[in-house]
Ligand binder design. Structure first.
Ligand code: SF4
Ligand code: SF4
Length: 400
């Protein structure tokens, strides 16, 4: 297993264990199976385990496995504050204490503000006294490192980096998301500031393996390195020095062994020109199968009316890869419930964006199609209710 350093200079395995995808048996997690897989990983040198309050049963299962096997001092546990459920200071303690109890531990190694999408969500927590709370928890040793997980765009990611002295950050990042979400620009900026990055969704929930277009699968299969599609995606990430750890939701012994093998070999700077060309080819095959040829370069923004053109097109394209439901959920999260609305319907057809698009996309008409596909009436209503609930919640916590 290869290791990289955290801010304190401690060794973190470059492969992390995502505990969200433990196998389920009926409604419950199959604890014995999960235990075997976790222990295979621990015995192979994996020392970073990621869970969250809202991953049903996951914290409890991980806590039980850790206790049964006496491995608390061998591993780092990462879990997350469900910040979107917080309305007052007491709730922060309530969720944190419950997480300690579920995990049967008295400290968390990596604690994250879960799913920040804009800086307003962080400011909301600041108004409730989160900075003082974190200071207390770090001084008492109950939290060792503080960070956040992020879903939003690069600009917002950098604003959140600016807003606090973070120990680490976690982003969705893979070769298909190179220019979306925090993107390569966000990852590099974090690296420049010495903030190590944890990666979630390195395979886009398995989509960069199972749902690759057949031309892409064939090119990877015939490639001289003999890599699997998963290996290609992991190695692309581990080639980048800013990345400390890549999470994988492993739920079979074979998957653990395969990933451990790659993580024992992959290093920064391993990628050759041919390897990058393979990734470009694969990306192009995927982009060809998409609805709009948007590369996420962001030359078209800011739009004077606040339309988040790249985010809308990314979600629209994801309908081909991730399916309608996942893409609409992502749209609600990225565009729908942010503080300042960024919907395609705000477009006044000024045409400013079209002059800047290197892909010569007919942005105005594609936005209309995207909006229709991503926001059918029931979703329009649902997003409207979610926005109202969220904004009222923020108002209340400001007053508190
Ligand atoms: S055409 Fe629409 S999306 Fe483009 S800049 Fe103008 S208002 Fe924004
Ligand atoms: S300029 Fe064109 S390709 Fe770039 S993000 Fe905007 S729409 Fe997409």
């Amino acid at each position: 297993m290869n290791y990289r350093k955290n801010k304190k200079g401690e060794d973190i395995s470059i492969l992390g264990y995502g505990c969200m995808r433990f196998t389920r048996k009926g409604n419950a997690i199959d604890l014995d199976k999960a235990e075997k897989e976790v222990m295979e990983a621990v015995n192979s040198g994996v020392n970073y385990f990621d869970t969250a309050y809202i991953y049903t049963g996951s914290e409890v299962a991980l806590g039980e496995i850790v206790k049964r096997n006496g491995i608390r001092d061998k591993i780092n546990i990462a879990t997350k504050l469900p910040q979107y459920m917080i309305r007052n200071r007491e709730a922060i303690d309530k969720y944190f204490d419950e997480e300690l109890s579920r995990l049967q531990t008295d400290y968390i190694d990596y604690y994250l503000m879960h799913m920040l999408t804009d800086v307003a969500a962080w400011e909301n927590l600041v108004n409730l006294g989160i900075k003082e709370w974190i200071k207390d928890k770090k001084e008492s040793g109950q939290i060792r490192n503080i960070g956040f997980s992020f879903h939003g765009d690069t600009d917002m990611f950098i604003k959140i980096l600016d807003a606090y002295d973070w120990d680490f950050a976690m982003v969705q990042y893979n070769y298909l998301d190179e220019n979306t979400q925090a993107g390569a620009a966000g990852v590099k900026e974090a690296g420049r500031r010495g903030i190590p990055i944890i990666i979630m969704e390195p395979l886009r929930g398995g989509k960069l393996v199972d749902l690759l277009p057949s031309k892409a699968k064939k090119e990877i299969k015939n490639y001289k390195r003999g890599w699997t599609p998963a290996e290609l995606a992991f190695r692309w990430l581990w080639n980048q020095p800013e990345i400390m750890c890549v999470l994988s939701g492993m739920n079979s012994i074979e998957m653990v062994q395969e990933n451990v093998k790659t993580a024992s070999d992959a290093k920064v700077g391993d990628f050759t020109e041919d390897d990058f060309k393979l990734v470009d080819d694969v990306k192009n095959y995927i982009l060809d199968s998409m609805k709009v040829g948007c590369t996420g370069c962001r030359y078209c923004v800011p739009c004077p009316k606040g339309v988040d053109i790249p985010a809308i097109f990314a979600c629209y394209n994801n309908m081909s890869i991730d399916g309608k439901t996942d893409a609409r959920f992502e749209f609600a999260r990225l565009v729908g419930i942010r503080k300042e609305p960024a919907f395609a319907s705000q477009c006044v057809e000024c045409g400013k964006c079209m002059n800047h698009c290197p892909q010569h996309i007919d942005i105005i008409s594609e936005l209309k199609k995207a909006d229709k596909a991503l926001r059918p009436l029931p979703y329009k209503i649902g997003i409207g209710i979610a926005r109202k609930f969220m904004l009222e919640g923020r108002k209340k916590s400001k007053k508190a």
